[in-house]
Design a protein around this ligand. Structure first.
Ligand SMILES: [Zn+2]
Length: 68
């Protein structure tokens, strides 16, 4: 009986841990549902898709204003 109870507790704990990890690993930027506007060190122009440095405020290809 005791081992069965422990098994149930272990499974319950595992489910909780997996659930917590799935929430923690979820990407946070749900504000922008369109194209991904930024990647590591780069900003993708939302108009033409050109990759610009993240420090750039204007797209080097089309001059569109970039976010951030
Ligand atoms: Zn552009």
């Amino acid at each position: 009986m005791d081992s069965l109870l422990l098994l149930g507790l272990a499974i319950g704990l595992l489910v909780i841990v997996v659930w917590a990890l799935s929430i923690a690993g979820r990407p946070r930027d749900d504000a922008d549902t369109g194209l991904a506007t930024s990647t590591e060190g780069m900003t993708i122009c939302p108009r033409c898709g050109m990759g610009n440095l993240w420090t750039s405020r204007l797209c080097s290809a089309c001059g569109n204003a970039l976010k951030g």
